[in-house]
Design a protein around this ligand. Structure first.
Ligand SMILES: [Zn+2]
Length: 232
């Protein structure tokens, strides 16, 4: 079994940075309370930590993580209260100005949804009930991309599920009211960990477009194209 010493040395670095060098930020957060500007709903996947991906400071972002970054619809909010109650606190109490649904490539939850196997155990039933929130995304992909490779279908479903969650957000009266009043903006993001890019749903275009390109890949490609004769 691997130990947890890596996390303890990491916590020491956190102390040094935020409680030492930058203690003023934490002092202010303790004195004034948190006032995050955004609620991020992200997947539990260990490769998609919102704070790491966005390089935020403590206090910047209120984060809810669940399998496949799903938002239950309003009529099932009580059944899935862990997510809906956190949304209520962030939106009604903390008055965040943005809600970001962040999906990602290679999502195990979405893959399980697409595989659509009958659950065999208690654990599988729990997962199936949860990811069933995005069932309409699976049906849409099956209808629009029949017979396509699994990778293509999963990617399409990962993105379609983000749209389901955005729609579900608007089914909550206290969310749609704030959106109508211009007090709250909703965003659909997709972390493509295969390309290192961040994509955003563009409602006007009906699809996802690159929001932040991967400059490192571009630089490597450029370097690879350099004529060896020109290399120093
Ligand atoms: Zn995931």
């Amino acid at each position: 079994m691997r130990d947890v010493s890596k996390f303890l040395s990491g916590f020491k670095r956190f102390q040094q940075h935020y409680l030492g060098e930058r203690h003023a930020l934490f002092d202010r957060l303790l004195a004034e309370g948190q006032r995050p500007r955004a609620l991020m709903i992200a997947c539990c996947d260990s490769r998609c930590d919102p704070a790491l991906l966005t390089d935020c400071d403590p206090g910047d972002m209120f984060v809810v993580r669940n399998v496949a970054n799903l938002v239950p619809p309003y009529d099932r909010a009580r059944l899935f209260a862990a997510t809906s109650s956190a949304m209520a606190f962030a939106i009604s109490n903390l008055e965040v100005e943005h809600v970001i649904i962040m999906g990602h490539a290679r999502c195990g939850g979405i893959r399980a949804l697409m595989e659509h196997k009958p659950p065999q155990s208690d654990e599988e039933k729990l997962i199936a009930q949860w990811i069933g929130i995005a069932e309409s995304a699976r049906l849409r992909v099956q209808e629009e991309l029949p017979g396509k490779p699994e990778e293509v279908q999963c990617r399409a479903c990962e993105q379609a599920a983000i749209l389901v969650s955005l729609e579900n957000l608007l089914s909550y009266p206290w969310i749609s009211k704030r959106v109508d009043q211009g007090k709250l903006a909703l965003h659909g993001w997709y972390f493509d960990m295969t390309s290192g890019e961040l994509l955003q749903y563009q409602p006007a275009k009906g699809g996802f477009e690159v929001l932040v390109a991967n400059a490192h890949v571009a630089a490597r490609s450029l370097a690879a194209n350099i004529n060896p004769a020109d290399a120093v």
